[in-house]
Design a protein around this ligand. Structure first.
Ligand SMILES: Nc1ncnc2c1ncn2[C@@H]1O[C@H](COP(=O)(O)OP(=O)(O)OP(=O)(O)O)[C@@H](O)[C@H]1O
Length: 324
C-alpha cells in the first residue's frame, strides 16, 4: 500500500464485477507467467472466444479487510483509460460460487477469488532493454511516450515506469504501459506519498521528500529507460536512497536554488552533501550516439521537475522527426 487514502465511496467492486459476471471457468489455464504483490498472473485461453489472456488473481486476506483498495483504484483507472499503448483490462471474473454483495455498498465483500483479465502480451521490455537496435529503441520510446501522454492528459500519474511494466507484443512491435498498481489521479495542488517508483527510476524530487509533484516524475523514469537503452546498462543503479541521489548528482550536477528554485525547501535537502564534480556532465557519458537522442535524454533528466520536458513536447522532438 502507498499510504494514500482512496476517494471515499468512489470505489466499489460491484461496479466492475456485477452479479452475473463470468467465472474463471470460462478460461483454460496455460501456465503461470508472473507473481505480483497482490497475486499470481497466468496465461490463459478464453474457452468461448479462443483469445489468449493474462489472468491476474487477486489475493484476498480471507475477506478480513475486504478487497484491497489499491487494486480497486487500479481497476477504476484501467477501466477509464482507453489507448493502444495502455494495457487493456478486458473484464473482471470471479471463481465459481463467489458470494456477491454481503452488505451495504461500502462493505461489499467477496468470499471467492477475483481475477483481472488482461489482453495477453508476449514479454516485457526488460528482456530487450539491453539489445535493441536504434530503430527499435525509437519506436518503443515513441509508444511509451504516447501512452504516457494519454495518461497525463487524463490526469493520471503512472508512478512505476520501468522495463518490467512495459509489455511487448505483436512480434515485438507493440508496446503497452502496464501495472497501474501505483498509479493515481492527480491535481496540481495535491499532496501524495513520495514512496513510489522503483529506486533506479525514481526522480530527485521524490528522493528529496517532495509530496506535491506532477507528471515530471514519470518523465524522469522514461529518461532513465531511454538512457538504459543506449548504454545497455542501468543509468543510476543505486542500492539505497542516499546512493541513488549521489549517482544522480554525479551526472546531473548538484541541485541549488540557482538551477532548481525551491529545492532547498524540500524536506530532505539539508541531509544531502555535494558530490564532485558538482557540475552537470550527463552528456559526456553518451559517446557516438545519435545527438537527437542525447538531446532528448538531457531534457528528460533535468533536476528541476518544472523544467523537465513534457511527454507532449518530447513527442515533437527532433529525435522523432528525423528518420533512421
Ligand atoms: N497482460 C499481460 N500479458 C503477459 N504477461 C503479463 C501481463 N500482465 C502482467 N504480466 C506478467 O506478470 C508480472 C506481474 O504482473 P503485474 O506487474 O501487473 O503485477 P503486480 O502485482 O502489480 O506486480 P509488482 O508487484 O511487480 O508491481 C509482470 O511482470 C509480467 O511478467
Amino acid at each position: 500500500m502507498d499510504g494514500e487514502e482512496a476517494p471515499p465511496g468512489a470505489l466499489n467492486l460491484a461496479d466492475y464485477a456485477p452479479a452475473g459476471a463470468r467465472t474463471v471457468d470460462c478460461f483454460r489455464r496455460i501456465r503461470k507467467i508472473g507473481e505480483g504483490t497482490y497475486g499470481e498472473v497466468f496465461e490463459a485461453m478464453d474457452i468461448i472466444t479462443g483469445e489468449r489472456a493474462a489472468l491476474k488473481k487477486i489475493k484476498l486476506d480471507d475477506g478480513k479487510e475486504g478487497f484491497p483498495r489499491q487494486i480497486l483504484r487500479e481497476i477504476k483507472l484501467l477501466k477509464k483509460l482507453d489507448h493502444e499503448n495502455i494495457i487493456r483490462l478486458k473484464e473482471i471474473v470471479v471463481s465459481p460460487g463467489t458470494a456477491h454483495g454481503a452488505g451495504g455498498s461500502d462493505d461489499y465483500m467477496y468470499r471467492g477469488d477475483i481475477y483481472m483479465v488482461f489482453e495477453y502480451m508476449d514479454h516485457d521490455l526488460k528482456k530487450v532493454l539491453h539489445h535493441s537496435t536504434p530503430s527499435q529503441v525509437k519506436y518503443y520510446m515513441e509508444q511509451l511516450l504516447k501512452g504516457l501522454h494519454y495518461c497525463h492528459v487524463n490526469n493520471v500519474l503512472h508512478r512505476d515506469i520501468k522495463g518490467a511494466n512495459l509489455l511487448i507484443s505483436g512480434g515485438g512491435k507493440l508496446l503497452k504501459l502496464a501495472d497501474f498498481g501505483l498509479a493515481r489521479p492527480f491535481t496540481r495542488d495535491g499532496s501524495f506519498t513520495n514512496h513510489v517508483i522503483t529506486l533506479w527510476y525514481r526522480p530527485p524530487e521524490l528522493l528529496l521528500g517532495a509530496t506535491n509533484y506532477a507528471e515530471a516524475v514519470d518523465i524522469w523514469s522514461v529518461g532513465c529507460i531511454f538512457a538504459e537503452f543506449l548504454l545497455r546498462k542501468p543509468l543510476f543503479p543505486g542500492r539505497t536512497e542516499q546512493e541513488q541521489l549521489s549517482k544522480i548528482f554525479e551526472l546531473c550536477g548538484f541541485p541549488n536554488e540557482e538551477n532548481w528554485p525551491g529545492v532547498s525547501k524540500l524536506p530532505l535537502y539539508k541531509t544531502i552533501r555535494p558530490t564532485t564534480p558538482t557540475k552537470r556532465r550527463l552528456r559526456d557519458i553518451f559517446h557516438n550516439f545519435d545527438s537527437h537522442a542525447v538531446d532528448l535524454i538531457d531534457r528528460m533528466l533535468i533536476l528541476n521537475p518544472t523544467e523537465r520536458i513534457s511527454a507532449h513536447d518530447a513527442l515533437c522532438a527532433a529525435y522523432f522527426i528525423t528518420k533512421m
